[in-house]
Design a binder for this molecule. Structure first.
Ligand SMILES: *Cc1c(COP(=O)(O)O)cnc(C)c1O
Length: 472
């Protein structure tokens, strides 16, 4: 390498230690930080706008700048008070896995290019398949996240069931399906009328639609079930949908980006009964398996379906400059199993943390999130001020303050989030706004949750008094 883009070994070590210190300080000091630091575009423009930096600067100062001025201006998703979205706690072994992956800069996509990291992906995907109860032989690929994992599964299913001509192909899903998944359908070229969005996903309701579509000459090919919607953690009736798919010869795809990880626990396995019958399942290790972004995973009962859909041999328009990277014998080219070609070795972090902490620690951490959601639900049921709206379901509880309608719930959300130590979200359930708490962060304590609920009770009373005063 030209020496302009190199650093002396001692300087590399110094900078590395500096970064590690900053990360450790960040992770161990989360509770003392605000859960979120907002910043305006103007503020960040002032911080970051400058001419193209032609000349070198001290990297130690730049690292310091990023850690002090840039990275703190955001939501701290691993903060114990982060109960909004799907919080991601991260874990330090995962961080080290990412560092190794970029430090060694290996790519698992082609066996002759990255055999070792490819083997780690294969074995880690098989572990996930086993943890979800999928049959022997199931496997899959890692993706940047749930969106691309869903896209990968849907593309493979489409090719498998419809072939080259997708005319008249129809899939069925609920109105709770994640918008990123519906966007993936759009990217795949499925037109709006090919994505049947149903208000309920009972096997009976789906069957009626499937039969009507068949009678109209259309080609139903897939049922897209949710195992833990992002809004409420709801689970579609998987055993019934699995039976329906068997009888109607439809592909069963389960989006478990958030919820599938609960299958590591006894309670979760019960809630997710039927998951193992799916033809494809998506799980997002960067959610409830506590991995740093980005890592999603698509698992299929028959990995050969992925290879048939995505093998680069299908798409080669010219020559074979890739000949030396083609797999031989029992070798697997993972880039033949998904939509990405060159990939980072993103499974290293998951492998390292599953082995380093042991899966039992993950089961316990997931159980803790389920316990916490149950705790919140009990506490809400006992409160004279609060109503339980949904859940607890896969770590998500929705509730309302009785003091008023949508405006009061929104005011409570604002008040809680302005406090700085807790962030909650709202979501619409049956046409009305509810407060949504996602309790899967293992750093959160029961005392944290009690404090939030007490604050919600207080904020609701304040909001209703303010409204009464305004009306007088
Ligand atoms: C988060 C989520 C997605 C999108 O996954 P990304 O990792 O954000 O791309 C899709 N479906 C569900 C149910 C999710 O929770």
């Amino acid at each position: 390498m030209s020496e302009q883009l190199d650093l002396p070994p001692e300087r590399m070590r110094e900078l590395g230690y500096q970064v590690v210190d900053l990360v450790v300080d960040h992770l161990t000091g989360l509770r003392e930080q605000p859960v979120r630091t907002l910043a305006t575009p103007a503020e960040l423009r002032d911080v970051l706008t400058e001419p193209v930096p032609e000349q070198p600067a001290d990297p130690g100062a730049l690292v310091e700048f990023l850690a002090r001025e840039v990275l703190p201006r955001s939501l701290r998703l691993g903060h114990p008070g982060c109960l909004a979205f799907i919080p991601s706690a991260g874990n330090f072994l995962g961080v080290l896995g990412d560092l190794l992956a970029s430090g060694f800069n290996v790519s698992p996509g082609a066996w002759p290019v990255g055999a070792g990291p490819a083997a780690v992906e294969l074995v880690t995907a098989r572990w996930l398949a086993a943890l979800l109860g999928l049959p022997e032989g199931a496997g899959g690929v890692f993706t940047p996240g749930g969106t691309l994992a869903n896209l990968t599964a849907l593309a493979a299913a489409r090719d498998d069931r419809l072939g080259a001509d997708t005319t008249g192909g129809v899939l069925y899903c609920s109105d709770q399906t994640h918008p990123a998944v519906l966007r993936a359908c759009h990217v795949l070229g499925l037109r709006q009328e090919q994505v049947r969005i149903l208000p309920e996903m009972t096997p009976r309701a789906v069957r009626v639609e499937v039969h009507a579509d068949r009678a109209a000459g259309l080609r139903p090919f897939l049922v897209l079930a949710n195992a833990g919607t992002t809004a409420t953690g709801a689970v579609d009736p998987l055993p019934g949908l699995a039976a329906l798919c068997r009888e109607e010869r439809l592909w069963l795809h389960v989006d478990g980006a958030h919820g599938a990880a609960a299958a590591l626990t006894d309670r979760g396995r019960e809630v997710l009964r039927g998951l193992a019958a799916a033809d494809s399942v998506v799980i997002d290790p960067h959610k409830w398996l506590f991995q740093p972004y980005e890592i999603g995973c698509v698992l299929v009962r028959d990995p050969e379906v992925l290879r048939r859909a995505f093998t680069i041999d299908r798409f080669r328009a010219h020559g074979d400059y890739l000949a030396i990277s083609r797999p031989a014998g029992a070798e697997t080219n993972l880039s033949d199993h998904g939509v990405q070609f060159t990939t980072e070795a993103r499974a290293l972090k998951l492998w390292l943390s599953l082995k380093g902490f042991g899966v039992a620690a993950f089961r316990a951490a997931i159980d803790r999130g389920l316990d916490h959601a149950e705790h919140v639900a009990r506490r809400v049921a006992d409160s004279p001020d609060l109503d339980l709206v949904t859940g607890p379901s896969l770590g998500i509880v929705c509730l309302r303050h009785r003091a008023g309608g949508d405006d009061v719930q929104a005011a409570i959300c604002r008040e809680i989030n302005e406090s700085g130590h807790t962030l909650v979200a709202t979501t619409t359930v049956d046409g009305a706004l509810a407060l949504r708490l996602c309790t899967i962060n293992p750093r959160t304590t029961e005392a944290d949750l009690d404090r939030v609920l007490a604050a919600i009770e207080r904020a609701g009373r304040t909001a209703s008094r303010a409204r009464a005063a305004a009306e007088r």
